[in-house]
Write a protein that binds this ligand. Structure first.
Ligand code: ZN
Ligand code: FE
Ligand code: FE
Ligand code: ZN
Length: 269
């Protein structure tokens, strides 16, 4: 089975927790046999600035310039799309929209990294889970995902079961939550990604789990692939497993984006 030709979840050092120059990520992509990559570094959190989590607001022009430069540099060797990964912070939709509309991105990944103000995926505060009702965390997380998709701000929803990162598992079957979420994704016209970074985390599995991905597939939600690379060597990582996961739940194609729309689909053979 041919591996995915595209990796749409790649960071840059501007977020201060990734390393390596964009050109190094591109070289690795070529080495991995990819035809296309999309950078998607962390957009500023609109409610406040945290320079160790995302780029700063005044770095957005640098980000876009850096992307255009690397795109030119690799012109005939690799197709490069310019994306960005952003959070939906309730109450800040207009400011988020403004940031995302400032540049002609090819796609925007919508990610939920916060429930209220709680950075549930931050390894530095993993003990903060200890007094939480895990089932309720999952339910709140899926509610946030649905709200995010429904804003219309995003094209691809990122790592759609990130709550499992540290291996906290719900005590009951939450398929009803996933089904509701899949319906909202479909109605909102967003795609879902297979994100291989989960394999490198305590969860030890891709985002989302196969059972969830099957539900998104049945609902007709388009698919993309991402490594969530924060170092060059992670580009395209575990994409053999990712394509196998996609195929095993019934996906027959995945999407490439341009100017915030599906440009074309690639068949999974
Ligand atoms: Zn990151
Ligand atoms: Fe993320
Ligand atoms: Fe990311
Ligand atoms: Zn991410």
């Amino acid at each position: 089975m041919k591996k995915p030709i595209s990796d749409y979840h790649i960071h840059t050092p501007l977020c201060n927790h990734a390393s390596g120059e964009p050109a190094e990520y591109c070289e690795q992509a070529i080495k991995m046999g990819l035809e296309e990559i999309g950078f998607s570094d962390h957009a500023p959190l609109v409610a406040y600035e945290d320079p160790n989590v995302t780029m700063q607001h005044d770095q957005l022009p640098d980000y876009y310039k850096m992307m255009e430069m690397v795109k030119n540099e690799f012109n005939d060797r690799l197709r490069i799309k310019i994306g960005i990964e952003a959070d939906f912070i309730p109450g800040y939709e207009a400011r988020t929209k403004k940031i995302l509309d400032d540049y002609p991105y090819d796609f925007v990944i919508g990610s939920v990294h916060f429930i209220d103000d709680w950075a549930f995926d931050n390894p530095d505060i993993v003990q903060s889970w200890s007094d939480k009702d895990v089932d309720q965390v999952y339910i709140n997380y899926y509610e946030m995902l649905r709200q995010s998709a429904a804003t219309g701000l995003f094209n691809i929803m990122g790592h759609v079961d990130l709550v499992k990162k540290f291996k906290h598992r719900p005590g009951r079957d939450l398929s009803d939550e996933i089904e509701k979420t899949a319906k909202v994704f479909k109605d909102s016209g967003v795609a879902v990604e297979i994100n291989t970074a989960g394999l490198r985390k305590p969860a030890q599995e891709m985002y989302p789990a196969a059972r969830d991905l099957a539900i998104y597939c049945v609902a007709g939600v388009p698919l993309t692939f991402g490594s969530d690379a924060h170092t060059p060597d992670e580009v395209g990582k575990d994409f053999d497993k990712a394509i196998e996961l996609a195929r095993s739940v019934g996906y027959t194609e995945y999407a490439l984006f341009k100017q915030r729309e599906i440009e074309r689909v690639v068949k999974i053979d």
